[in-house]
Design a binder for this molecule. Structure first.
Ligand code: NAD
Length: 489
């Protein structure tokens, strides 16, 4: 059964500047990953369009009262925005599902409500961002005053288009900034509806703007713009490094970078409930077809439990059914694009050439509905230097390595470059906490894996997985700068 008709989904494909959609010449084709067909086309903002958007944001920031109004007023607007998003869930979910890999059922039950709830979370910080008072001498007072930056530039990826935007924009707006966003050119449409709802909720025109286009032209122009006082980015490590370099050359300006990962699932043989564990490990690499930054892509398992666990994971992989984001029976969504599917295949092939064995999967499903659907794949017999262990695959591909002692397990779990997240599964809490201390990762999940609505816990990576945090108090503070005031009296 088809949950919606993709051909019936019309999209607004201009930029969003000064509170309205601004048409521009369409230059890029945007495809539906589910069937590979072109859905609509997209303009590419050049440096002058980016300049117009940033100037607009700067004027709005200076001349509307967004930054100066009572913070509770800002909070109220953000909450109203969240309410409007929830009320528009059907339309937003279909817009999200048509050109992304998010199944419409998940977008309805998770992505859209999560987007709204994220904005509510940040709204609650708006009026709790006090500075500090420091009494340094009896005739002397020191103040630390928190102030917004002005215009924040945000660049986001395609894997969770709405959710990623709500994290960036919610934190920046709650702190009193204006934002110019460049969404991924592969999933650009649902955020336009988000911006229209922001205006309806009372966000002043010009405080939240969107420029459409690719990274090389539009993203680069945004990053380099002198009126962008802070950049926040989520995407690959390579792009994050390029953005940081151009921010340094043009400014410098502060950056928040949420980047790639290669997260381990460290399983000890006393882990409780192997069936439940298999469901968790399989889900952590097949959810969104593995196109998740924190995908648990490396299973590091103690020998005593390895075979039983791998067998159950393989069974779960085999039960998944590929299908379009609008297919009610599908449980495995498409890969975002044909080139990305070819990249996954290339890593799997190189892994095999380097000596790995396939336990299941290893290629594309035959005869899908036109998009690229990758078989859930389990790769055994890998050494640490195998490409499938080293490189972020961003597909449903799990490697397996076995160990005997706790020390060996921890050594295998470490990654030379990435440190985004890790899972530890054991009944021994002392061992779990020792592992937590030893794992060099921004998030450690113990006897669970993945986020739920725990917005107060920040997310962000160590090493080449990023700088700074999204979510939590830390994300709001990253959108503020602190002025020191010294008073003699
Ligand atoms: P990507 O780096 O290719 O693109 C991300 C965004 O950057 C897009 O909007 C793109 O247009 C833009 N961009 C590309 N080149 C640019 C440049 N030179 N200057 C400015 N902007 C540029 O990433 P992707 O393929 O869209 O997303 C997948 C990656 O995102 C994975 O590596 C994944 O791990 C990462 N990711 C990380 C997190 C996290 O929280 N750490 C969350 C989601 C995704």
């Amino acid at each position: 059964m088809q949950l919606f008709d993709p051909l019936s989904i019309t999209v607004s494909s201009g930029h969003f500047i000064g509170g309205r959609v601004v048409p521009d010449n369409a230059r890029l084709e945007v495809r539906r990953p589910s069937d590979g067909q072109v859905h609509a086309s997209l303009p590419v903002a050049d440096a002058s369009t980016v300049d117009a958007a940033v100037q607009n944001a700067w004027q709005a920031w200076r001349h509307t009262d967004w930054a100066r109004r009572a913070p509770r007023e800002r909070a109220r607007v953000l909450r109203r925005w969240a309410d409007l998003i929830e009320a528009d869930v059907q339309r937003l979910a279909a817009l999200e599902a048509v050109c992304s890999t998010r199944p419409v059922r998940d977008a309805t039950a998770w992505d859209v409500p999560f987007t709204a709830e994220g904005l509510r979370f940040f709204s609650e910080y708006a009026d709790k961002l006090g500075g500090e008072v420091a009494a340094t001498r009896h005739d002397h007072l020191g103040l630390v005053v928190a102030e917004p930056y002005g215009v924040v530039g945000a660049i986001t990826p395609w894997n969770f288009p709405l959710v990623m935007v709500s994290w960036k924009v919610g934190a920046a707006l709650a702190a009193g900034n204006a934002v110019v966003l460049k969404p991924s050119e592969m999933t650009p449409f649902s955020v336009i509806r988000l911006a229209e709802l922001a205006i309806e909720a009372g966000v002043p025109a010009g405080i939240f703007n969107i420029v459409q286009g690719d990274g090389r032209t539009t993203g680069d122009a945004l990053t380099r713009h002198p009126l962008i006082s802070k950049m926040t980015f989520t995407g690959s490590t390579r792009t994050g490094a390029a953005i940081m370099a151009s921010c340094a050359l043009q400014g410098p300006k502060p950056v928040t970078l949420e980047l790639g990962g290669k997260s381990p699932q460290l399983v000890f043989d006393d882990a409780p409930d192997v069936d439940c564990l298999a469901a968790m490990v399989a889900g952590a690499i097949t959810g969104n077809s593995g196109q998740v930054c924190v995908a648990g892509s490396r299973l590091i398992v103690q020998r005593g439990i390895a075979e039983a666990l791998v067998e159950r994971i393989t069974q779960r992989f085999g039960a998944l059914r590929p299908g379009a984001t609008w297919d009610a029976q599908a449980t495995l969504p498409p890969i975002i694009s044909a080139p990305q599917a070819a990249r996954i295949l290339d890593i799997v092939d190189r892994a095999r050439e380097a000596g790995a064995q396939l336990r299941c999967g290893g290629g594309l499903f035959d005869g899908g509905p036109g998009g690229a659907y990758f078989q859930p794949t389990l790769i055994d017999g890998v050494t640490t230097d195998n490409p499938a262990v080293q490189e972020e695959i961003f597909g449903p591909v799990l490697t397996v390595q076995t160990f005997d002692t706790e020390e060996e397990g921890l050594a295998l779990a470490a990654h030379e470059h990435y440190g985004l997240a890790a899972g530890v599964h054991t009944a021994d809490m002392g061992r779990a906490l020792r592992a937590m201390r030893n794992l060099s990762a921004g998030t450690v999940w113990i006897n669970r894996y993945g986020r739920s609505a725990d917005f107060v816990i920040p997310t962000g990576g160590y090493h080449q997985s990023g700088i700074g945090k999204d979510l939590g108090r830390q994300a709001v503070e990253a959108n503020l700068r602190f002025k020191s005031v010294l008073i003699d009296f």
